[in-house]
Ligand binder design. Structure first.
Ligand code: AMP
Length: 430
């Protein structure tokens, strides 16, 4: 299967070739022809499957025949809107739009919260055909009269399950009410829960469905190992593994922002350069951390789930679950950071007695048991009893809550998102 056989324009094939992609991924092979036809689509796929190109390429093609190079903003109405749950994902998607659309004269911009609104307003006033946005900030711009969707042709809801988890449902409904009824709608989600199906039945018309199950994507390419260890010895084991195995470019996941900060400080004390990235860090801080990590100046990036969503780091060799996620699907998202689009990776999970049930839930989702490997010198002490898992909610409001003055959760604030997760037991298991 080649990209050319999918019916893409030469300009897009050129951009794909420049990226070094040889073959479409399964989600691309299935989704591209459907989107080109103009049909609504429900895609079940998570990060790491190539889903972004799966909707961006045909979207660019659908918009391209009318593309014009006029400088007048009036000639550049918003024709496509891509909604994402977080600013990181919004930035990454817009980067993909620019990359794949570099030979097509369409303008794009991204709007998200947590940064000055004025440059975004300026970009919108100058006119863009493709807008990538998080829901909260989009509504802020709407209130300020910066948006006109009368010419909108395509709406993409990316990571729709995550948007619902983050409490964006009312914002999404408000946004949908602003859009023309006659449009093409694409919805991508890692899971098809009842809530997602309800959303789709309300806002999509006769959608085609494309499903890429975790079993035949990243999860298969990634070597997954569980290292049983005592709660208090995880940090020592992590440093031991990184040092003895000479691991470079390690992405480490913790459950809480506080935990990410603390671990990063401890790794530094062990002589392992690291940085923490999470919802409390400013945008420039996150960008700097990511850049340093990408160029190898920082060996370990410690992240919370929400902060890591949409981080564009390709083919990471190692992902470490310092703590297992509360929601099993997040495990799939995490390990999707490694072994991406064909290259092999390794995911290590440091699991203590408190996390037995979380591990079981993950294995149930994966439909397989993960191999366990006790590292010499770090065997768990069986006399240590399990303790309730610290979610970061207690202890002086460490996770914040992330509500904006308008009362809605603000995009990219991991506190709001992760507490929404925990409040939704339905998200656990199948
Ligand atoms: P996504 O699932 O959209 O986050 O994409 C995962 C990663 O796979 C991105 O870093 C893309 O650059 C890469 N990618 C997307 N499509 C392909 C392809 N057809 N071949 C190789 N890599 C790809």
């Amino acid at each position: 299967m080649s990209f050319a056989s999918l019916g893409l324009l030469p300009e897009l094939l050129r951009a794909v070739g420049e990226q070094g992609y040889e073959h479409p991924t399964p989600i691309q092979a299935q989704a591209i022809p459907i989107v080109l036809e103009g049909r609504d689509l429900m895609g079940r796929a998570q990060t790491g499957t190539g889903k972004t190109a799966g909707f961006t390429l045909p979207l660019l093609q659908r918009l391209s025949p009318h593309a014009n190079t006029s400088a007048s903003p009036a000639r550049h109405p918003i024709r496509a809107l891509i909604l994402t749950p977080t600013r990181e994902l919004a930035m990454q998607v817009e980067e993909s739009v620019r990359t794949y659309g570099r030979h097509i004269p369409l303008r794009s911009t991204t709007i998200f919260g947590g940064v000055n609104i004025n440059p975004q307003t300026k970009a919108l006033r100058a006119g863009v055909e493709i807008l990538v946005a998080t829901p909260g900030r989009l509504l802020d711009h709407q209130q300020q009269g910066n948006l006109n969707f009368s010419q909108l042709e395509v709406l993409v809801l990316d990571e729709a399950d995550r948007m619902l988890d983050m409490g964006f449902i009312r914002d999404i409904q408000k946004i949908l009410a602003l859009l023309p009824a006659k449009r093409q709608t694409l919805l991508f989600s890692a899971t098809f829960t009842d809530e997602i199906k309800q959303l789709a039945s309300k806002f999509l018309r006769d959608p085609a469905t494309v499903q890429i199950t975790p079993q035949n994507t990243a999860a298969e390419l990634v070597r997954q190992i569980v290292h049983p260890v005592d709660r208090e010895r995880k940090r020592a084991l992590l440093s031991h593994l990184i040092t003895s195995r000479k691991l470079e470019q390690v992405l480490v996941f913790t459950r809480t922002k506080h935990g990410a900060n603390r671990l990063s400080e401890q790794l530094d004390k062990d002589g392992i350069s690291s940085m923490a990235i999470h919802g409390n860090k400013s945008q420039p801080q996150r960008i700097k951390a990511l850049e340093d990590f990408k160029k190898g100046a920082v060996r370990v990036l410690v992240a919370t789930d929400i902060a890591a969503r949409g981080l564009d780091i390709d083919m990471l060799p190692h992902v470490v679950n310092f703590e297992l996620p509360q929601v099993p699907e997040d495990y799939i998202h995490r390990i999707g950071r490694t072994g991406r689009a064909g290259s092999e990776g390794e995911a290590l999970s440091l699991v203590c007695v408190d996390e037995k049930q979380l591990l079981k839930d993950i294995e149930k989702l994966l439909r397989k048991e993960l191999p366990k490997d006790v590292v010499a010198g770090y065997a768990p002490d069986p006399s240590i009893p399990a303790e309730p898992i610290q979610t970061g909610r207690s202890g002086g409001g460490r996770t914040g809550g992330g509500r904006s003055s308008s009362g809605r959760p603000s995009a990219g604030r991991s506190g709001a998102a992760s507490s929404a997760h925990r409040a939704r037991p339905g998200a656990r298991g199948k």
